[in-house]
Design a binder for this molecule. Structure first.
Ligand SMILES: Cc1ncc(COP(=O)(O)O)c(C=O)c1O
Length: 511
């Protein structure tokens, strides 16, 4: 059956397929390029044509909420003092009303505000690219596609949620927002969004990244944000950590405690989070919704979907709309999260109620966790150094709709070099995990002869992460593998499990 695809006029001269293909539309020279329709009986010809112009689709008008379609609803977050399910008013010191509503909503789709779509137009739709040169390098029959989010102003997927979060705050008249950042990608995204809507932005950046990535700090400052290394002496949470370890490399959990403390103590200040929470994952689904349309346009169906996971937002953004299609029985891809061997919350963590931050100020969330006081080794993928996994991803993992693996950083950088030298893009350290897992899968296809379709989340570029590449190229990058749980000083896994059980028993008694 003939298939068709819309392409921009400028693409046409690059393709000449013998046989039955047709072009419909305007090719008049010196006219504004118009979309034209390319029709062919050959799936391969459609795929070839598409590779030239994957952005000829509309930006989705709605975000997708996977919770609406899950057979079992995720466990609620609990108040850190009463252990009762959190109420909207508990969250209002931290978040604007609309985001609190989105956090708990059961609605399947949420309209994206027009002003947000207007900003999204700066980089969306993002390209879906066939990694043909990587396929050739690996000599694999697999077809590898990557959805590239690195073209946003901050260079990653993070602005997909920074923009709506700041917009909803601005709508409620909020003037100041605070946040944490690991790699600096989230902090720079929030600084960018604040500069668009005129809000003040203050960021606590994990010390290890603050030192390793001075250019991210400068980006934030260029967009007008104030940046502090975390742990800092500004907050009680930071001072407590520094008393114990004056040279603490910090962690996302500590930086969250600092930002939450400042928001909780200042009535004119709200807090923004770059991952983990339901509304953040929701905003990122614009990636997967776009990708479904792009894959449909070329008649491709992914067999394997791969993404890296820190708190889980880029992975969820790509995967959740495909999980909807899977639950609907339309497709059946394997969905694989990839985490760093040094911080393997999904593959080695306990599924339990735990705090989202180190100081224990946030609600208790049921998630895969290495313990809220776990401080991961300073691997270069700073955005993946988080002790827990998004509660919604943890729940989906427990339901068996996805799987997870962990990979150490030298294999990731080896994959990133192959990717950079074949596809051209230099990935951020975080998606190198997805690349390494994609290469593993493509090489398995080479052995088995299967021509699987592998779809990968390429969530950011690594232009400010070149010191990590320098280390790898000099041969001095080492693997920092997970050396067992570090649940607080002098405690062990069983201590921690006991503590979790005690909390759960207390919750039962309270009910
Ligand atoms: C480029 C990039 N990818 C991935 C991540 C991990 O976050 P998440 O799992 O929420 O996508 C980060 C976090 O900072 C990041 O900067």
């Amino acid at each position: 059956m003939a298939q068709s695809i819309f392409l921009s006029h400028s693409v046409k001269p690059q393709f000449s397929f013998p046989g039955d293909e047709q072009w419909q539309g305007c090719f008049a020279p010196n006219k504004r390029p118009l979309n034209v329709r390319f029709i062919s009986n050959s799936k391969a010809a459609i795929r070839e044509a598409y590779t030239g112009d994957s952005r000829a689709i509309e930006i989705p008008r709605q975000w997708y909420n996977l919770i609406a379609d899950l057979p079992v609803k995720p466990p609620p977050p609990l108040h850190p003092k009463t252990f009762e399910p959190v109420k909207p008013e508990d969250l209002s010191p931290l978040f604007p009303d609309e985001l609190i509503k989105q956090e708990a909503t059961g609605e399947r789709y949420i309209d994206i505000p027009e002003e947000v779509i207007d900003v999204y137009r700066l980089w969306r739709p993002t390209p879906l690219i066939r990694a043909k040169r990587l396929e050739k390098l690996l000599d694999t029959p697999a077809r590898i596609y990557y959805k590239y989010e690195g073209g946003s102003p901050a260079g990653s997927h993070k602005p997909n949620t920074a923009v709506p979060q700041v917009w909803y705050n601005a709508q409620q008249g909020v003037k100041n927002v605070v946040t944490e950042t690991g790699a600096g990608q989230w902090g720079s995204s929030l600084a960018f969004a604040c500069s668009l809507f005129g809000l003040n932005c203050e960021v606590w950046q994990v010390r290890a990244s603050y030192d390793q990535k001075p250019y991210r700090k400068l980006m934030m400052q260029t967009w007008g944000a104030k940046v502090h290394p975390s742990p800092s002496t500004i907050t009680e949470a930071g001072r407590r950590i520094l008393e114990k370890d004056a040279s603490s490399p910090g962690s996302l959990g500590i930086a969250i405690s600092e930002a939450v403390e400042v928001a909780a103590k200042n009535a004119d200040t709200k807090y923004c989070l770059g991952s983990v929470l339901n509304h953040v994952l929701l905003h990122q689904t614009v990636i997967g919704e776009e990708c479904i349309k792009q894959m449909e346009a070329i008649g491709e169906t992914p067999d394997v979907i791969i993404g890296c996971t820190g708190g889980g937002s880029n992975f969820a953004g790509l995967a959740f709309p495909f999980i909807r299609e899977k639950l609907d029985g339309k497709i059946n891809p394997l969905i694989r999260a990839v985490e760093p061997a040094a911080c393997p919350s999904l593959t080695k963590g306990i599924y339990a109620y735990d705090y989202g931050d180190t100081a224990g100020m946030t609600p208790l969330m049921k998630m895969h966790t290495l313990g809220h006081d776990f401080i991961p080794d300073p691997i270069h993928a700073g955005g993946l150094r988080y002790h827990g996994m998004a509660p919604l991803i943890s729940h989906v993992y427990e339901l068996g709709f996805m799987e997870a693996i962990s990979i150490a950083q030298t294999e990731c950088f080896a994959g990133a070099i192959q990717f950079a030298r074949s596809e051209g893009l230099i990935p951020a350290p975080e998606p190198t995990h997805a690349i390494a897992a994609t290469i593993r899968e493509a090489l398995r296809c080479k052995e088995s002869g299967e021509s699987k379709v592998i779809l990968m989340a390429m969530c950011g570029h690594g232009h400010f992460d070149l010191p990590a590449y320098d280390k790898y190229l000099q041969g001095s990058l080492v693997d920092l593998s997970f050396s067992g749980w570090a649940f607080g000083s002098g405690s062990s896994v069983s201590d921690y499990s006991d503590r979790v059980v005690r909390v759960i028993n207390r919750i039962r008694l309270l009910r």
